[in-house]
Write a protein that binds this ligand. Structure first.
Ligand code: ATP
Ligand code: MG
Length: 409
């Protein structure tokens, strides 16, 4: 049996990037031989094994053939006769279809190295179109390597467009899609992920609510970039620049969905877009079975981001409602993430990227003031049940009034 490094490990070494996980391919071996060497099988019916010591993935060389819709519709063939070249041709991109032996001899039948130099994400063969997940993967790699100057080859984009228009994307499971989306959002240039999906028509299929924002104008006084889609991309870019976590990035992507629903006669104003957008945010959340913390923050940011921007003008009672909605007493981290998302929203505007955002500290101060109300003295006064709740609220309101007064001096 012969063993090669494949995929990301080879690509990233040639790019001079740190290699985190290594995938291996084994040529000329049978399942029985692998088991005899102590490798542990990963799935019941997939010829992939974990190394007994390193835990790294070793896959038997295989060929694949499409036999139905979606990911389930694949039959594969693994046998000791399958060659390295045959295994490599089933892979997505040429830069991911190189192999290397233990002497660092490169096997590169599909010219991955040439495409690395040309900074091109190019599909290996027409079989690319057999797995719609590849549309998302290519967009994710585009987001990751945009800084290095990579773009999607025009013929690959054309294939991605074909896949998007064929209805195949709808066959993807929420889990597979979310895995790609969440990884892409954590890249350095997550906005490129959205741009590439849009360029090939996949955004319209996967997230029509986001796609609908392009071409929708906003008031130039607040939004020099005007276009709502362009704004959304800038907010996402700011979130990446400021190293925000996934929750915040997801909320940034969805915060303005309501603007896509505004009747054209009302443009460029978007009255009550915050509230109108909630059902769209909920739909996208559910479509991809998004983790709870991401879902929650996206909904809260959608509903309250304008409150964030107007923090300094809010009446104490409105401020209190905001803080209560976030349950800042038990969920301090979530409120911090809300503030971060608002700040990214404010900076994701053309020419305003460096602006200061005094609302952030103001909101933090308000939260501190509300939290400083002690419950013990109220208990001692004999308050119980709902009355205790009301008394706490009254005290918090007082604290916020005092806070607002000192802050406005
Ligand atoms: P990363 O740095 O994100 O791990 P990677 O290229 O190693 O990038 P993996 O998901 O670990 O990506 O997959 C390893 C290799 O398997 C890829 O480089 C590619 O050759 C192949 N591969 C993975 N998923 C697919 C797919 N859906 N279609 C075709 N080839 C794939
Ligand atoms: Mg990998």
């Amino acid at each position: 049996m012969r063993i090669y490094k494949v995929g990301g490990a080879v690509r990233d070494r040639l790019l001079g990037k740190p290699v985190t996980d290594i995938d291996w391919v084994v040529v000329g071996a049978t399942t029985e031989e692998m088991l005899a060497k102590g490798f542990r099988p990963v799935g019941a019916d997939f010829p992939v094994f974990l190394h007994p010591k390193s835990g790294e993935e070793y896959a038997l060389a295989r060929t694949e053939r499409k036999s139905g819709r979606g990911y389930g519709g694949f039959t594969f063939h693994a046998s000791p006769e399958v060659t390295l070249e045959e295994d490599l041709i089933r892979r997505d991109l040429t830069i991911n279809a190189m192999a290397e032996d233990d002497q660092q001899n490169l096997t590169d039948p599909y010219h991955g190295q040439r495409d690395l130099e040309a900074r091109l994400l190019r599909h290996v063969s027409p079989a690319f179109a057999e797995d719609p997940l590849r549309v998302l993967r290519v967009a994710r790699f585009a987001a990751r390597y945009a800084t290095l100057g990579f773009t999607v080859a025009p013929e690959t984009l054309a294939l991605m467009r074909q896949l998007s228009e064929s209805g195949e994307l709808e066959a993807l499971t929420p889990e597979r899609s979310w895995k790609e989306i969440s990884r892409a959002l954590m890249e350095d240039q997550p906005q490129v992920f959205v741009e590439v999906l849009r360029a090939c028509g996949a955004l319209k299929v996967l997230m029509p609510e986001v796609d609908a924002l392009f071409g929708v104008p906003q008031p130039p006084a607040h939004h020099p970039e005007i276009d709502t889609g362009a704004h959304t991309l800038s907010v996402l870019q700011q979130a990446a620049l400021h190293k925000q976590p996934l929750t915040v990035r997801w909320a940034c992507l969805l915060h303005d969905l309501g603007k896509g629903l505004t009747p054209e006669e009302e443009w460029p104003r978007h009255i009550a877009h915050e509230f109108k957008g909630l059902k769209l945010i909920k739909a996208v959340n559910e479509r991809f079975k998004v983790p709870r913390d991401c879902q929650e923050l996206a909904l809260l940011v959608g509903e309250y981001h304008t409150h964030g921007h107007r923090a300094l003008e809010l009446k104490p009672s409105t401020l209190l409602e905001l803080l209560q909605s976030f349950d800042i007493y038990r969920r301090p981290q979530r409120f911090e993430e809300f503030i971060a998302a608002c700040e990214m929203d404010a900076r994701g505007r053309k020419g305003l990227e460096e602006r200061s955002y005094p609302q952030a500290d103001y909101l933090r101060g308000a939260a501190t003031a509300a939290r400083s109300v002690a419950v013990q003295p109220l208990l001692e006064k004999g308050f119980k049940g709902p009355e205790l709740g009301e008394a706490i609220k009254r005290e918090r309101l007082k604290a916020l009034k005092a806070y607002k007064e000192t802050e406005s001096i």
